[in-house]
Ligand binder design. Structure first.
Ligand SMILES: [Zn+2]
Length: 393
């Protein structure tokens, strides 16, 4: 589908956020006892052969940054062999969550264009098939799904993987998707012009955006070379010929590229252009950014500082989830300790788990308990009030 064809269909997307919720989610919200996980994943082995990546990523570029697996990763292996997202979700609800009160926001993941070097190692299920599967799951489980969006999927794609066709499929008809997920580290800037037709529909119909703003562990492995769109960088618009991939004629390590692309400053042109668009910065910049922020709170380029300054400038449009970040040592405690010094943090902070991705590294039950303990009287604010504000429901 071309962008003109998508634009011509734009009235078909007409819906309020509430109209995009499934009955199961509405029932829980109306009962007033909800707990919302704003950032998790339910991809199975046929959507994203994740097991193949774990080793590859730990071996990549920086030996010193090898990931540390937890001792007992049985729970992760159990998930790894599952071949349907429904089974993954059943596992979560049986082991960690309560199906009558807890609403999950699963973010689709599409690593094929950026991460996968060899197409045969990529997804077995097409994006179109995954959309149908998730729409079906909405009948039975309280989920609010977000669609993975990758601008590399606008040219020479099979119809079932075509970005604009899938966006149309996800957000129209019975059981609609709710938001979109952007992953710049896979090789594009958030202001990539191929995303404009999508942002303008999101802007018109209150479709929220979650972007990855954490580590560069999952990163592009291709040199796309060109920077598209007018991305900002350290407060300036990047020249069109700027390369994220090379410096002084030499290739940069992929993690470094991903870290630059994932930096929240790239979002400024998008926040400026689409004045109704809401963005959740997933992982709130990540642990390293938080450690640096606590030590040097006046740095203007620190990710946390940038997110907080956006939150003040673009009122009620900027949010940050603590997925992954809350499992790292005392980082979540550090964030909560900042509440009195910087009240804006309290307005934008949301609970998110990143469950699936964090299972190989951490004991999830323990982490969920410690989230509840540390957030204390703010738990409802972080797991219900702020997520509902971000989602507009
Ligand atoms: Zn995630």
């Amino acid at each position: 589908m071309t962008k003109e064809e998508l634009q011509a269909l734009s009235s078909e997307f007409h819906s309020t956020p509430r109209e995009r919720l499934s009955q199961r989610v509405k029932d829980i919200l109306d009962n007033g006892n909800a707990f919302i996980d704003t950032h998790c994943h339910i991809f199975d082995n046929k959507c994203t052969p994740f097991g193949k990546y774990i080793d590859a990523s730990s071996m990549d570029t920086h030996k010193s940054k090898r990931v540390q697996l937890k001792r007992d990763i049985n729970d992760f292996f159990k998930l790894l062999v599952k071949e349907s997202s429904r089974e993954i979700l059943i596992y979560y609800y049986e082991n960690f969550y309560n199906i009558n009160t807890d609403i999950l926001v699963p973010l689709m993941v599409d690593l094929d264009k950026g991460w996968v070097k060899h197409p045969e190692k990529g997804s077995i299920k097409s994006i179109g098939e995954q959309i149908v599967e998730i729409k079906n799951i909405m009948n039975d489980f309280p989920i609010i799904p977000f669609l993975a969006v990758d601008p590399h999927r606008t040219k020479n794609e099979k119809p079932e993987n075509d970005l604009y066709a899938n966006f149309h499929k996800a957000f129209t008809g019975k059981n609609k998707f709710f938001g979109i997920k952007i992953y710049p580290g896979l090789g594009y800037t958030p202001s990539d012009d191929r995303l404009d037709p999508i942002y303008s529909i999101c802007n018109a119909y209150d479709i929220p955006v979650t972007t990855h703003c954490g580590t560069g562990l999952i990163h592009t492995r291709k040199h796309f070379r060109k920077t598209r769109g007018k991305a900002a960088f350290k407060g300036k618009i990047i020249p069109k010929d700027y390369s994220f991939y090379k410096r002084n004629g030499k290739r940069k390590p992929f993690r470094i590229i991903a870290n630059e692309l994932n930096h929240p400053d790239k979002w400024e042109p998008v926040l400026e252009q689409y004045q109704n668009l809401k963005i959740n910065f997933g992982h709130y910049g990540g642990k390293a950014a938080w450690d640096a922020y606590i030590n040097y709170p006046n740095s203007e380029t620190n990710r946390v500082a940038v997110i907080n300054s956006f939150a003040k400038k673009y009122k009620n449009r900027v949010f940050a989830d603590v997925s992954t970040t809350f499992t790292k040592g005392h980082t979540f405690q550090l964030i909560c300790d900042q509440f009195n010094r910087e009240p804006i943090i309290k307005d934008i902070l949301m609970y998110g788990s990143d469950i699936h991705v964090i299972l190989p590294f951490t004991d999830f039950c323990h982490q969920l308990d410690s989230f509840k303990k540390i957030s204390g009287k703010n738990m409802e604010l972080l797991s219900v009030t702020n997520p509902r504000k971000f989602l507009g429901i």
